[in-house]
Ligand binder design. Sequence first.
Ligand code: 6R9
Length: 651
Amino acid sequence: MSNTAELYPVPPGFAGPTTIGASEYEREYARSVQDPDGFWGDAAKRLDWFKPPTKIRNVSYDLADFRIRWFEDGELNASVNCLDRHLATRGDKTALIWEGDSPDTEALRISYRDLHARVCRLANALRNLGVGKGDRVTIYLPMIVEAAVAMLACARIGAVHCVVFGGFSPNSIADRVSDCGSKLIITADEGLRGGKRVALKANVDAALKLPGTNTVETVLVVRHTGGAVDMQMPRDRWYDAVVDGQPDTCEPERMNAEDPLFILYTSGSTGKPKGVLHTTGGYLLFASYTHEAVFDLRDEDVYWCTADVGWVTGHSYIVYGPLANAATSLIFEGVPNYPDVSRFWNVIDKHQVTIFYTAPTAIRALMREGEAAVKKTSRSSLRLLGSVGEPINPEAWRWYYEVVGDSRCPIVDTWWQTETGGILISPLPGAIATKPGSATLPFFGVQPALVDADGTVLEGAAAGNLVITDSWPGQMRSVYGDHQRFIDTYFKAYPGSYFTGDGCRRDEDGYYWITGRVDDVINVSGHRIGTAELESALVLHAKVAEAAVVGFPHDIKGQGIYAYVTLKSGEEYSEALRTELVAHVRREIGPTASPDHIQWAPGLPKTRSGKIMRRILRKIAENAPDQLGDTSTLADPSVVDSLVKERYIPN
Ligand code: 6R9
């Protein structure tokens, strides 16, 4: 296959006065890896520092002497960088546009001045409630303006926010609250998604009945839908009541660059979700720099990222990156198919969105609905499209390019992770010709490499495991409360490198093609779920003896969840129990973790030492029983035949 046949050059006339072109990309990339101190020292000037850093980079991946520190003697405040410094020249500029779940709800436009005042009032209120530097605050909110306000108010007083996705269950909230020892929770009465109400406050109430959550002293409740909630005094307080009357200025905390900014939980291949810890200086610098360069940001842009603030994409590319860059960032409460499948495109026309950033799963779902729903809208304001969360298949890429973007708008396919803080591999749209399905080339300072299972570095066109051989400022610094787990998870497999957990191919033009996770993480609609979490949720059910979970290819979601379940002896395998188990997992983890298929497995393929052979289960779930490979090391090879016979065959 010739790779150049599928090359989409930068459209003529795309570049604006600040667009990074091809020669600048090459020159700056070379400088960024040859002279990281000089490069990042200059880049740090894009932020406002109370005390500018004199030490830029202090990194060693050597396990005996491990450290990752950036700008370590610098002092700054993230909320000052996202708000205060814009007031003199852009106080009246719209910082946030809020579009509600229903198109009939009036949209909000919040100026930088107004956002600054809202953040300061909440920051003062939090301080009055006894929250200070280093305290953890859990945020469990729908996609409303208060979500961004809450994050920035924490940043202002040096509190560490921990946003929990509004789709997570009481159990998941409780796990996270107890792991990080939150003092306060900010939630809302209810959320709205696709016309349905989500009982957020009731979920918090249920979570706080679970063990390990008694660190929480206060729950602030935003009145959003007006739905009835059970307020437990004195613990629960209405958000408005504590914020009203607070001064609209607030002295920001002076933070060291390496002081924590937030914790965000993400799934790994083993155990419970990890609290990914990001610090202040490096993270903010990297989020803002990548946001400006990858989206070729201009002052007049209206930028819309459809992610939820519960995921890292919402942190870096709805809140911190855009606001640090004084951009206009749109927050959308709803879903792509409510009230109908033209909603995204209608919102783009309504607010004259110029940059649109979404996930392949949404593109594939909308593609299935046909072109007419897109073509009846104008979308003439758009100039750039982005994709994130999972590999985008070339067919969906072309539809996005041709149908949504009318073949006018470059696509930036941005590869990155919760752990990386910001985009690591992506086209710069004015510099790099794109290929459908490839995230193309590394961002400044990012040094990807491909290694085989033994750690041998592969050169040229090759396929292997993706590692990053050096640090970048947005890199996570620790797993909250378990620094050893951080080192073990990411730096042990390939000594001297950060291991991403992704497989990847590099073509003859040096372009990177991410092929998906190589570990036991399933990527469902761009959301990471560990098979270990799913399995422990399943075995919590009284009738389940054992469970093994794998991913399988899914047309819309990218990957689906396929669970093999063995019941305790004497229990009856029934359709009703299957339904009950799906509901059970939704209750334990949340709706995003719903198994797509449960196969009854009277026996599981195990080695003689008792290890489940997932490779075999994956092939069965993929409906590829002819590719099972060697089954001779199994304790009982016959279980495979019955699993193959009973497998789920997609129609
Ligand atoms: C930002 C985010 C990270 C995992 C990552 C990879 C997959 C993300 C991708 C992509 C191919 C892209 N991933 N972006 N795969 N192309 N453009 O999604 O963070 O939720 O931590 O997921 O998502 O497998 O390892 P996170």
